[in-house]
Design a protein around this ligand. Structure first.
Ligand code: ZN
Length: 210
């Protein structure tokens, strides 16, 4: 779910009181579950992850038994979806194949990375590129994000193999990826949510390059 929609949901259901749910305090994957009841909801249940927590939105009229059943069901559904995504993104080999496909589709195959890999030590950037040895690294934080966002960061770093800086020519090449603007909006939303409360200027630059 894009952060924009999260923000909207936060406003729309801001009137309901988050209620601790002892029966579902932590899901099997270790995430804390926060159940929010909404008088506006009649039948629909929504669940999403938010900064290490699992938020489940349920109708106010649900009984405790219904709440337990739905929370368990929604957490299982989230896990299945995340597991599917982990599999589809795969390891470094899959990432390299994906980079080749994107380069062929949007950059006439001109960007030819020597290595593309996932890294866990990039907390302040989404991706980085070292044109000298044509290596690209993607933060493993992207693994839980939609495919088009991962593809955007890959395209961004691939373009750095052709244009090291962020000049006009660079952005013109990035714009060949049709969902570039949408992906940038998604990442900005995530950064805003993650770094809320920090001093302005502390937010990471998703475009940082080594
Ligand atoms: Zn960049």
């Amino acid at each position: 779910m894009p952060p924009q929609r999260r923000a909207v949901a936060g406003v729309a259901y801001g009137a309901c009181v988050p209620r601790p749910t002892p029966d579902a305090a932590a899901s099997p994957d270790g995430n804390v579950v926060e159940v929010r009841r909404s008088a506006r909801r009649r039948r629909t249940v929504t669940a999403y992850r938010e900064q290490g927590r699992t938020v489940v939105l349920i109708p106010a009229a649900f009984s405790p038994a219904e709440e337990r059943r739905w929370v368990a069901q929604m957490v299982a559904k989230l896990q299945t979806r995340e597991e599917r995504r982990r599999r589809s993104l795969g390891g470094d080999d899959e990432l390299m194949s994906r980079a080749r496909v994107l380069s062929a589709a949007h950059l006439d195959g001109l960007a030819e990375p020597a290595s593309v890999r996932w890294v866990d030590n990039q907390q302040r950037r989404w991706g980085s590129c070292t044109p000298a040895d044509r290596s690209i690294r993607l933060s493993s934080r992207l693994r839980s994000m939609p495919d088009y966002v991962v593809d955007y960061v890959l395209v961004h770093e691939l373009v750095h193999l052709l244009e090291p800086g962020h000049d006009e020519r660079f952005w013109a090449l990035v714009a060949r990826y049709p969902r570039a603007e949408r992906a940038r909006g998604f990442l900005e939303g995530v950064e805003l949510a993650t770094h809320a409360g920090e001093q302005p200027g502390d937010a990471p630059d998703p475009d940082s390059v080594d």
